[in-house]
Design a protein around this ligand. Structure first.
Ligand SMILES: Nc1ncnc2c1ncn2[C@@H]1O[C@H](COP(=O)(O)OP(=O)(O)OP(=O)(O)O)[C@@H](O)[C@H]1O
Length: 285
């Protein structure tokens, strides 16, 4: 097997069937994720997204098949390499309350470092650094359960960052936040990804969130329907419909305008820019 040097994740022929289930939850899925990029796995409820997240760090093990491969950062996932993989892959779940273990924010963020027997002075400096990166320095003595939903997610992300993972999986981790909170966390993730050269694999049923990614994987009933850039994925309206999803608002409006013969320049690629462009067009008429 030859791995593409620039892919941090290579998945081939991945299938998984839950015990007592007749139908596989994940069916012969193959994809790769280039290092330092953001990939979003999108699919409706029950399409198999969380199962794939759990397979990627060995919480679940794939169905037996000699052709199946999960390779992360050059390490092929087996029962033996599971702990090496877990050091490289951090998962932030939907409900951060289930992840907190420390009485205070700083204790919580330090937890993974304590487990890895990191010396105290180094631990303190890492905790300060990651709390600073997620904008939570002022809350280090707070009890995690009394924080807002967005603040809790920041602390959960800091705890994962502290371990120094190569890949961060975000499993519906903004789904409990209001739109403004969601946007702030997505912006933070993009910032962290760029500053730390991290690879992000986010999982969502919210198609609007998928717009932020470099690559989108579309999952339906356990099968991968497509993998491409957001622009190319959202060109294919029938693909999105077949996956039981809806187009993001920006693409809906853009497609309607194109159908009415109004061409939209490529650089007009956000709702904000589209509104500005239409106002300019209107003032010229
Ligand atoms: N522990 C389990 N035992 C048996 N079946 C399961 C288990 N967990 C999930 N499933 C089934 O596997 C399929 C995929 O579930 P999964 O949670 O991966 O989907 P999902 O896309 O993450 O859904 P959601 O968006 O609702 O979280 C579903 O049919 C689900 O009912």
């Amino acid at each position: 097997m030859i791995f593409m040097k620039d892919n941090i994740v290579t998945v081939e022929h991945l299938s998984f069937t839950y015990k007592d289930s007749e139908e596989p939850a994940v069916k012969d899925v193959s994809f790769s994720i280039p290092k330092g990029t953001w990939t979003t796995l999108v699919g409706h409820n029950g399409s198999g997204k969380s199962t794939i997240a759990r397979l990627l760090n060995g919480i679940l093990l794939p169905d037996d098949n000699p052709e199946t491969l999960i390779n992360i950062d050059g390490i092929t996932l087996t029962e033996k390499t599971m702990w090496d993989i877990r050091d490289r892959v951090g998962i932030v779940f939907q409900n951060p309350d289930n992840q907190f273990v420390g009485a205070t924010v700083e204790d919580d963020v330090a937890f993974g470092l304590e487990n890895r027997q990191v010396p105290r002075p180094k631990m303190k400096s890492i905790v300060q650094d990651v709390l600073n990166q997620v904008g939570m320095t002022n809350f280090q003595k707070s009890e995690p359960q009394y924080l807002s939903g967005g603040q809790k997610q920041r602390v959960a992300i800091a705890g994962i960052l502290a371990i120094g993972p190569k890949l961060i999986i975000l499993d519906e981790s903004t789904s409990m936040l209001d739109p403004a909170g969601k946007f702030k966390i997505l912006k933070l993730i993009r910032k962290l990804q760029k500053e730390n050269e991290l690879t992000i694999f986010s999982i969502t049923h919210d198609i609007n969130e998928a717009e932020h990614a470099d690559q989108i994987l579309v999952l339906d009933k356990g099968s991968l329907l497509a993998s491409d850039s957001p622009v190319d994925i959202f060109k294919d309206v029938s693909l999105i419909k077949n996956a039981g999803l809806d187009l993001p608002l920006f693409y809906k409006i853009k497609n309607k305008l194109i159908n009415k013969g109004i061409s939209i320049p490529q650089e007009v690629n956000t709702e904000e820019k589209l509104v500005k462009y239409l106002c300019q067009l209107n003032s010229k008429m």
